[in-house]
Design a protein around this ligand. Structure first.
Ligand code: ADP
Length: 432
């Protein structure tokens, strides 16, 4: 005897925000072998329908975001849901509401409260393609009412959005102002602390003290290093602030790209040497008359090169090369470091995005995996895009054992006409 395979359990999607109704339907239908999927809002319902491809949809009408009528009309617009059973399960049974529900595209109508005894039979009936739509007495009027409801709802949503947007804009102004003032207020005392720190490093009494207590020198060095780091952070915040508020203008001039890379690299030479990271770069052969903003491009490249050294372990390798085509120059910064998880790669260019754990944080910016604010690459992208270029990263993932490395590709048009102003990067949000 050959056994035929068991039929696949039918899937029912119930779009319902009331948990007790959802539980009741589950209790009645699950023992009959149905798989029940619950979605609590109209939008989640549409997503769940597309994802799970149910055999039948039970639709509450009074939902928190869209009405069940709107969800039905939306679903019917998809080819795959054109003929599937969508059954309204609702307490809205007055004539006007009911007529609108029937007009919206449902293939069945059941009134709440649910009649437990007859419910499974009705479900089986709809699943077999049954329809039991009561006649609408005045369909034209029902259609008019439904269209009015749709447009009123749309208008209300637009007005709510407009109000929320205007509030966000106000908050944005307050936030920008807060960033500017705070960074400014921090800068002044920091400059003083830094000045005294440097003084202490060379002051004869401290020097004498370090002869007998060497740790005193280390304390002062750590203090100065921390202040330098804080200073860099404040500068980064200022740069993002100026970029997002359109306050940076490109100062375009014919520049030697090799020289820019060299300058960017100089900031990290010492750190690379200390950590025995081999940096491969030849200054010759780079385009010499590129119309770019020297300082901004240096800053952009310094962020990428600094990261390459930072995320590469001691003894690793970083290389900086270029490829020139007829209309672009591509700068390729490759490292033999920890790599970047594939799922994070599109987000690392967002502001304040840093996925390294802070337990790797170090006071030295170039220590292996030393933590940062997550602003460097966002600044870099804004600058590159302002030059009409683009940046992306390639990495096979992150692995601290295998060290798969990362490669950043920065492309700048050779015939760069440039923009006079750095555009506001839409997803660059300074302080949250
Ligand atoms: P941060 O200032 O924190 O370094 P960035 O915007 O420069 O911020 O970089 C964002 C995140 O991208 C970093 O925190 C790091 O996790 C990851 N990242 C950037 N460059 C590299 C690289 N070369 N290798 C590995 N991870 C990197």
């Amino acid at each position: 005897m050959t056994l035929s395979p068991a039929p696949k359990p039918k899937k029912i999607l119930y779009i319902e925000d009331n948990p007790s109704n959802a539980t009741l339907v589950k209790r009645i239908l699950q023992p009959k072998g149905y798989t029940i999927i619950i979605a609590e809002t109209g939008l989640k319902g549409i997503d769940a329908a597309l994802e799970h491809k149910p055999d039948l949809i039970l639709m509450d009408i009074n939902l928190p975001d869209m009405s069940g009528r709107e969800v039905t009309t939306r679903l019917r617009a998809f080819e795959q849901f054109r003929d599937m059973p969508i059954v309204a399960l609702t307490a809205q049974t007055d004539d006007k509401q009911r007529a609108m529900t029937l007009i919206s595209g449902v293939s069945g109508f059941m009134a709440k409260p649910i009649d437990v005894a007859s419910f499974p039979k009705r479900i089986a009936f709809y699943l077999e393609g049954g329809k039991d739509l009561p006649k609408v007495a005045n369909p034209d009027e029902a259609r008019r009412n439904y269209h009015k409801e749709l447009t009123e709802h749309l208008e209300k949503r637009l007005r709510d959005l407009e109000a929320a947007n205007s509030k966000l804009r106000q908050l944005d102004v307050i936030k920008d102002d807060f960033i500017k003032r705070t960074a400014h207020e921090l800068r002044t005392p920091l400059t003083i602390i830094y000045g005294y720190g440097r003084l202490l490093q060379t002051a004869p009494p401290v020097h004498q003290l370090t002869q007998t207590n060497p740790e005193v020198g280390a304390y002062v060095d750590a203090l100065v290093e921390s202040v330098e780091r804080l200073h860099d952070v404040i500068n980064e915040i200022f740069t993002v602030y100026r970029l997002t508020t359109g306050q940076i203008e490109l100062n375009l001039a014919q520049s030697n790209l090799g020289e820019i890379v060299q300058y960017a690299l100089d900031d990290f030479k010492q750190a690379a040497q200390q950590r025995n990271v081999n940096v491969e770069f030849t200054r010759e052969g780079w385009p010499t008359k590129l119309m770019v903003d020297f300082e901004l491009l240096r800053l952009a490249l310094a962020n990428v090169i600094g990261n390459a050294i930072k995320f590469t372990p001691d003894g690793g390798k970083v290389s900086i090369n270029h490829i020139e085509t007829s209309d672009t120059v591509k700068i390729i910064v490759h490292d033999s470091g920890i790599g970047i998880p594939i799922e994070e790669q599109h987000r690392i260019f967002d502001s304040f995005y840093s996925f390294e754990k802070t337990d790797h944080h170090s006071t030295s910016k170039t220590a292996f995996r030393g933590g940062g604010l997550g602003l460097g690459l966002s600044i870099c992208r804004s600058i590159i895009e302002a030059h009409g270029g683009k940046i992306h990263v390639e990495s096979q993932g992150q692995d601290v054992e295998k060290m798969p490395g990362s490669t950043f590709h920065i492309e700048i048009p050779l015939t760069n006409r440039g923009q006079t102003q750095v555009p506001v990067a839409t997803d660059v949000t300074p302080v949250q």
